[in-house]
Structures are given as C-alpha cells and as structure tokens.
Design a protein around this ligand. Structure first.
Ligand SMILES: NC(=O)c1ccc[n+]([C@@H]2O[C@H](COP(=O)([O-])OP(=O)(O)OC[C@H]3O[C@@H](n4cnc5c(N)ncnc54)[C@H](OP(=O)(O)O)[C@@H]3O)[C@@H](O)[C@H]2O)c1
Length: 340
C-alpha cells in the first residue's frame, strides 16, 4: 500500500458524534526517522475513552487536535525499521492513531508483543490488554472485595464489565451485573457466571434501586461503575456500611450535550461511611507483571472468558465506534484495518 489512510477529527463533536465530525484522508506513508520505526496497524482498539479525548477538556491526556488522526491503541507489525531492536514483521502495540501506518521509536512508543503467548493477538486488547488490566486493578485494588461480599457491576456485559464480574467470582464474591436487554442478561449468567442480571433499560432510578435490592438482599459491598447517571444513583441507594465504589467509567454521560448528569445520591457515601474512588488503569502499572500473571493463569485455566467484536475496514471506523454508545458491541470493540 502506498498511501496512509487516516481517520481524523474534523471538528469537536457536540453530544453524540456524527459522521461530519470526522474525515477519512490519505497522506503519504511515513518514513522511519533515525533510530525509529514504522508500524502497519492491523487492529484498532475502539474505546469509550476516545470520546473524552475528542473534547477540549482537562483530562489525563491532551485532546486530539483538529485534523489529527483520532488517537487509539493499535496492534500492528513493523513495516520499516531503523532500530536494531525491531525487525520488520515484529508484532507491536502502542497508543497511535486510527491510521494504516504510525511512526514508532524516536517520537512514538511501540511495545513488542508475542502473539504465540495468547490464543489470538487481539487478546492483547481484551483480556490481556487494557480491558483486563482495568477490570483487574479497578476491582481488586480500588474495590477491594472480600470473599462472601456482594459486587455490583454496571456495563456488565461489556469488555471491562464482563471481566470484572468474572474476577469477582474468582475471588468468592456474589456478582450482580447490570446491562441492556434480555440477551445481554442471559450472557451475564451463562457466559460470565454472574449470580443475577438486571436490565437497566427503560427503568427509573427507583425501579432500578428496587431490583438491585432484591438481587442483593444483604446490600452491596463493592460497586464497579462503568455507566454513571441513573445507574450509579440506583447503586448508591444499596450500599452497605463501608462499601467501596470503584468509578471506572460514566459512559451514559460521555455524549451528554447538556453536560454531566451528576451523581445525585452522594449523601449515601456519608451515611454508609462509604468511599468512591476514580481510577485510570495505568495508575497501577507498577503491578502489571502480577496482573498479567493472574489474568494469563485464569485464562489458561478456563476461568476467564472474553468476547471480542471485530468489525472490518477503516472506512467503518465511525459506525464501529458508535456501537459503544448504542450498545450493539458484543464484547471488546475492535476494528481490523489491515491483513495479519
Ligand atoms: N478507568 C479506566 O482506566 C478505564 C479503562 C477502560 C474503560 N473504562 C470505562 O469502562 C467502561 C466500559 O468500557 P468498555 O471498553 O468495556 O466498553 P463496553 O462496555 O464493551 O461497551 C460499552 C457499553 O456501554 C453500554 N452503554 C453505552 N451507553 C450507555 C448508556 N447511556 N447507559 C448505560 N450503558 C450504556 C453499552 O452496553 P449496554 O447494552 O449494556 O447498554 C455498551 O455496549 C466505560 O465507561 C469506559 O470509559 C475505564
């Protein structure tokens, strides 16, 4: 291929992104600088976090610039190298852009990965990647569940949520999952081992709170929160004394044109002596070796399953990204943009 197709940010979205917010352009394939590399991206990780990077608001990373490729984690193969540590054909992973080719080394970062260690190289995006690490650290380091306690997970059928529920079960907890629709509810119980499933769609905070109470008659000790808004409000009404809320994500609010919805039952943290802590998975990078060892062992033992939803073609980047907010992704959302 002699061109570099790039999915760029044309303007900042207001509310739910629309196709006009993006452009698919072609630029020359980059050349590696001295000591640098070029990566042919094969898989793109489509993450809800990308939506936040499109806004010009304070975050843990600068916003994507207008006209720049939309930032995303990618997995690909070295296609040109001036770095003796990287041979052409090596598999690497990095925070790049939704584009055919990205620069690595001297100005970019690409981590070598070994596809022979996992059933599929895409597992480095799901179970052995960002989703697995987020579920692992968020649940175990922030939620701190103890055997016998009740863990409530929202966004429970998604990439992070499905793993959080399974890790809770591995640690001897009762796991209750909240997700959209009957089909996802079935998957929570049958595929991920949740003890109870709740469909949040079309329910008021009061209805949801009552359903959580009936699934968790002894109260909730750990909330693994992926959704925010009404779902978080309902969870807060079911906390036990000393409960921990691990605030992983608030996807219901990412496209709110009116701004944040806000947690309206925070008073419950006071009366239950409970805590709520936000986190970013990279906060725990010092412990990544232990996390990979545990996740890899549970995967090999068949105690963790992870589903991946792979769409194809960089021209489908927009509808594939939107799936995350429509709830039509059935597992870790990945876009395949090259041959492996
Ligand atoms: N803190 C961190 O380091 C970190 C890292 C990765 C991800 N996250 C967060 O973790 C969460 C899950 O991310 P993921 O990558 O695993 O995505 P995912 O759960 O695989 O996909 C997103 C899911 O969110 C649900 N959703 C979308 N809009 C919703 C709404 N308005 N109300 C309720 N549910 C809605 C949909 O499922 P339903 O069909 O069930 O609605 C959708 O399938 C996100 O909030 C993300 O920002 C945080």
């Amino acid at each position: 291929m002699t061109r570099n197709r790039q999915f760029t940010l044309a303007r900042r979205p207001h509310g739910m992104p629309v196709p006009e917010d993006f452009a698919l352009i072609e630029t020359p394939v980059p050349e590696p600088g001295p000591g640098g590399t070029v990566v042919r991206n094969v898989y793109v990780s489509l993450d809800p976090a990308i939506r936040g990077w499109l806004d010009d608001k304070p975050s843990y990373m600068p916003p994507v610039e207008i006209g720049a490729p939309v930032r995303a984690s990618t997995i690909g193969r070295i296609s040109a190298s001036n770095d003796p540590a990287y041979a052409v054909g090596d598999w690497v992973m990095g925070l790049n852009g939704i584009e055919d080719y990205s620069l690595g080394g001297a100005g970019g970062f690409q981590m070598k990965i070994d596809p022979t260690l996992v059933p599929s190289v895409t597992n480095y995006m799901s179970i052995m990647g960002g989703a697995g690490l987020t579920a692992y650290f968020g649940l175990l380091r922030v939620g701190k569940p103890e055997a016998g306690q009740t863990v409530l997970v929202s966004g429970a059928a998604g990439s992070v949520g499905s793993l959080a529920g399974q890790i809770a079960k591995i640690h001897g907890c009762r796991a209750i999952g909240i997700a959209g629709g009957a089909e996802k509810g079935r998957r929570l119980i049958e595929a991920y081992g949740y003890d109870a499933a709740i469909d949040y769609r079309g329910k008021s905070v009061e209805q949801l709170a009552a359903e959580i109470a009936s699934a968790a008659p002894d109260g909730v000790d750990v909330v693994f929160e992926n959704v925010g808004g009404d779902v978080l409000d309902a969870a807060l009404l079911n906390l036990n004394h000393g409960a921990r809320v691990a605030l992983c994500g608030m996807i219901s609010e990412y496209n709110s044109a009116a701004g944040p919805v806000g947690a309206r039952n925070l008073f419950q943290l006071i009366v239950k002596s409970a805590s709520m802590s936000g986190f970013i998975a990279t906060d725990f990078m010092a412990e990544i070796g232990q996390a990979y060892a545990d996740l890899g062992r549970w995967l090999a033992e068949g105690r963790l399953v992870s589903h991946e939803h792979i769409d194809e073609g960089i021209e489908n980047a927009f509808p594939a990204f939107l799936r995350l907010f429509e709830g039509t992704n059935q597992g870790k959302m990945i876009l395949k943009i090259g041959e492996d």
